[in-house]
Design a protein around this ligand. Structure first.
Ligand code: HAM
Length: 420
């Protein structure tokens, strides 16, 4: 193993690709910020129990994929595998729900950790931007969140994604369905692990990817037939609101999701250019989670979009974001005196808000101009002894190649004018 290798299942974000990640995070956050969501940041680790209780003792995330550790002080911690439980915990701790302004609308962006089998699009460290609306049961809120995710993806230029929508029922109707499903599943020809799953989390069996399992599931009872009237009406309202907003979705009865806290609305954004790891984002309503972690009743809804997979989706669609170069001006000094003078100019430009960079290390004209080119700067400032003696610098337009002498005292004003 090379010393310079990132741990298995992880990768570094380096320029220039890293700029796309920043832009994707900003694009997902923008509609949230414009819609009353406030920024929240929580620690990268929590007490293990939060996720065990919140995400669910029987989920793959908790049983197989959590990075857990015991601190020297004996605390049992876990690197966060997801954001919802943490954000709800933090909102409860800060009493945000008591400020008299429900729902509490929050957005976040950060790193998450799951000990999964790495493959294209599936990593052990990944990044999400998410949103949670806490404390209100209102189909308009579910619709709002789905619409905002759709808006974010469209603003990035993505087109080949689909929205899958389902309702998982509530604490009234889901237990009835669960039992009916268990009775059906127990009669099937399944392996030991799947049999265990029937008893702990039968809905997850519906999610099984194996063809021989899927074949046996054709006649499985459908949750749709068991939804209570309240859940049915709620779901119809969400669907109607999405349709009214022009957001196209597909009903997907098999959509179960890998976390236990969901009730009623669940959805996933899938992208058709990503192969097996096609879910670029997902979310849903979690009306019981607050109580599961010891809080009051706070019906809530939210989603998280995966930044890594969103970038892969952009690449799959051949979309290059229109990212402006960060450097506008690149200074190329020729000689010791010019280094000092031009560095002074660069410092002045930066203080005036003009993005500027400098050819460091006393390099020759040719190499320095190459760097100027590579930086993407629109203008180069070149100065040697003769220029300084005349009190000017050469201002070169890197696009047209035109070059003119500008008095040192007027460089900043001239550049400000040209850069608009
Ligand atoms: P999730 O579906 O587990 O939901 O994750 C959301 C997104 O994070 C996925 O669609 C995917 O893009 C990305 N993701 C998950 N695991 C990986 C991985 N190993 N490698 C790369 N990307 C990954 C949640 O996390 C819920 N907390 C969403 C939510 C918020 N529900 C309600 N509020």
């Amino acid at each position: 193993m090379s010393t310079f290798q990132a741990p298995k299942g992880t990768y570094d974000l380096t320029p220039p690709r890293s700029a796309t990640f920043l832009a994707v995070r900003a694009a997902i956050a923008a509609p949230l910020r414009d819609s009353g969501y406030g920024y929240i940041e929580t620690p990268g680790f929590e007490n293990v129990e939060l996720f065990a209780r919140g995400v669910g003792e029987s989920t793959d995330i908790v049983t197989k994929e959590m990075y857990t550790l015991t601190t020297k002080g004996g605390d049992q911690l876990a690197l966060r595998p997801e954001g919802t439980a943490s954000v709800l915990r933090a909102a409860l701790e800060a009493n945000l729900h008591k400020a008299g302004n429900l729902p509490v609308k929050l957005w976040y962006s950060g790193s998450y950790y799951r000990y999964e089998r790495p493959q294209a699009g599936r990593y052990r460290h990944f990044s999400q931007v998410g949103a949670e609306a806490i404390g209100t049961e209102d189909p308009i809120l579910d619709a709002e969140l789905i619409i905002l995710a759709d808006q974010a993806y469209r603003s990035l230029g993505l087109r080949q994604f689909r929205i899958l929508l389902n309702s998982l029922g509530d604490k009234e109707c889901r237990p009835v369905y669960r039992e009916a499903l268990q009775t059906f599943l127990r009669d099937l020809d399944l392996d030991e692990e799947t049999r265990r799953r029937i008893e702990i989390n039968p809905l997850r069996v519906l999610d099984d990817k194996r063809a021989d399992v899927q074949k046996q599931l054709t006649d499985a009872p459908k949750l749709r037939d068991y939804l209570c009237d309240a859940c049915k009406a709620y779901h119809e309202e969400v669907r109607a609101l999405l349709t009214a907003a022009g957001v196209v979705y597909e009903d997907d009865e098999k959509l179960v999701r890998g976390l236990d806290y969901y009730t009623r609305t669940t959805f996933e954004f899938v992208h058709d250019g990503l192969g097996s790891q096609s879910a670029v984002g997902g979310g849903g309503r979690y009306d019981g989670l607050s109580e599961m972690i010891g809080g009051p009743e706070l019906p809530s809804v939210g989603w998280a979009l995966g930044v890594d997979r969103t970038v892969l989706a952009l690449e799959a669609e051949g979309i290059e974001l229109d990212l402006p170069y960060v450097t506008s001006v690149y200074a190329v000094p020729l000689g010791e005196e010019a280094r000092r003078v031009l560095f002074g100019v660069v410092t002045g430009l930066r203080r005036a808000g003009i993005a500027a960079d400098f050819a460091f290390g006393g390099r020759g004209l040719k190499g320095a101009m190459k760097s100027a080119n590579r930086s993407g700067a629109r203008y180069a400032l070149v100065a040697g002894e003769r220029d300084l003696a005349e009190g000017v610098v050469q201002l070169k337009d890197m696009e047209s190649g035109e070059q003119s002498a500008v008095p040192l005292t007027e460089v900043a004003a001239e550049l400000a004018k040209r850069l608009g």
